[in-house]
Design a protein around this ligand. Structure first.
Ligand SMILES: [Zn+2]
Length: 424
């Protein structure tokens, strides 16, 4: 019927087009035809408030600081969200999540109606107006099935659920800030928190010193270490080499398991410095006890609730980095050339600092199948293998590296002179 009328009357066809534009486009565009970001923001908050209980928004996670809508940046939405929903960056309830410039914008609003409830509604922000998903209780407990989260929130589900649970669990602001940059709150970010605090506590800087961190191996933690120590690749404070994160380095004499990266403290006065090879002990036995999961295998891929549970386990020990982090080797570096040897193109710092691993091959860098922390794949010496030049590295031994004084229980700050909060 409608088709017939429109066919017979082109004027009515035109009028219908204008009506559709008014309903779907004009609410978020200005008279000049450009997108009205403010109106879009107001509509987004209204949609969230309608989906949740009135005045119940307690936090908002959003990527609007980086994402764009029809090529326009939409960072103005931060102000709209905080003004309309009563949330705040300073209080930690407005949580900007890192995104690519080309990503579509979204905002996920969270309410806490009860201690075991964390209700989220996600709003995808489009030029045609907000599109909501949820609400859904996303509080994670032991064994929580993530399938409903994936179904409702799509590819952002793990990021949203892990970050929102971290916010509700009162994860320290700086840790949450780094995980926003990382894109989600996994337990790998927590390991970076412990590594960072360990470095600040045990290898403090004087005025002429700075750090270089080598992500070998690198995993999620490196994004927190970069943020916590302000070491960016662009400022030449951070380097990484591809190395399987769970592969031990095995020399003829010793197996170095659970490697946790290398930190160098460089001194501009002496031109030298010192390097420490770190290890990270996940304390899985203590975690199993904490989570009450006995000897069940930790299936990280199919049981994402493990991440949130491990985060809670780590959160009970934020003031105990020494429980997790240790030094497995150290080397004094007498010259800037010795430092360069560890970071220049083609360098293998593990080989230089720990000695050659005859099983290692750059062309076949498979993680080992560990059995009782031992590698079980066939040893082989690669053809034409030549150890990197190490003759000019100081041979002063890594003596006493295991005798680093523990952080005293009375410590009020891990890093003298820094403003890191003390959890002790
Ligand atoms: Zn991660």
């Amino acid at each position: 019927m409608l088709t017939k009328i429109l066919k017979e009357n082109p004027m009515k066809q035109h009028a219908l087009l204008i009506l559709l534009l008014t309903v779907f486009i004009l609410p978020v565009t200005t008279r000049a035809g450009t997108l009205n970001i403010d109106t879009l923001g107001q509509q987004t908050v209204e949609a969230a408030q309608k989906a949740l209980a009135p005045n119940s928004v307690a936090a908002c996670l959003t990527n609007v600081g980086w994402a764009s809508i029809e090529t326009q940046p939409c960072n103005r939405l931060f102000d709209i969200f905080s003004g309309q929903a009563g949330i705040s960056l300073g209080r930690g309830s407005l949580i900007p999540v890192h995104a690519a410039w080309t990503d579509a914008p979204w905002a996920a609003f969270v309410a806490r109606p009860g201690p075991k409830e964390l209700v989220m509604v996600m709003v995808r922000i489009t030029a045609r107006g907000p599109v909501t998903a949820g609400p859904l209780n996303i509080r994670v407990e032991k064994g929580t099935d993530f399938s409903p989260f994936n179904k409702v929130f799509g590819k952002e589900a793990f990021a949203l659920v892990s970050l929102a649970n971290g916010w509700a669990d009162k994860v320290p602001f700086r840790l949450l800030a780094a995980s926003r940059f990382h894109g989600h709150l996994c337990c790998g970010v927590f390991t970076g928190f412990f590594i960072t605090r360990y470095i600040l506590a045990h290898f403090p800087l004087t005025g002429s010193q700075d750090y270089i961190y080598l992500g070998i191996p690198a995993w999620c933690q490196d994004d927190l270490i970069i943020a916590g120590l302000n070491l960016t690749p662009g400022k030449h404070g951070y380097y990484t080499m591809s190395y399987p994160w769970n592969r031990p380095w095995q020399t003829g004499q010793k197996t170095y398991d659970n490697l946790g990266g290398i930190v160098i403290r460089r001194d501009s006065k002496s031109s030298g410095g010192k390097a420490w090879v770190l290890a990270f002990d996940w304390q899985t036995k203590a975690f199993r006890k904490f989570a009450g999961i006995g000897k069940t295998s930790l299936d990280w891929k199919n049981q994402p609730w493990l991440h949130v549970m491990y985060n809670r386990f780590f959160a009970t020990r934020l003031d105990r980095p020494d429980d997790f982090v240790s030094v497995v080797a150290a080397r004094t570096l007498d010259t800037s050339e010795e430092i360069q040897t560890l970071i220049r193109l083609g360098a293998n710092p593990l080989e230089i600092l720990l000695g050659p691993d005859p099983n290692w091959s750059e062309s076949n860098p498979k993680p080992s199948n560990k059995k009782d922390n031992m590698m079980i794949f066939k040893p082989f010496m690669r053809e034409g293998f030549m150890p990197l030049p190490i003759a000019f590295i100081s041979t002063r031994s890594a003596d006493k590296v295991r005798n680093i004084a523990p952080i005293p229980a009375s410590c009020r700050c891990y890093a003298p002179g820094s403003d890191l909060p003390c959890f002790g």
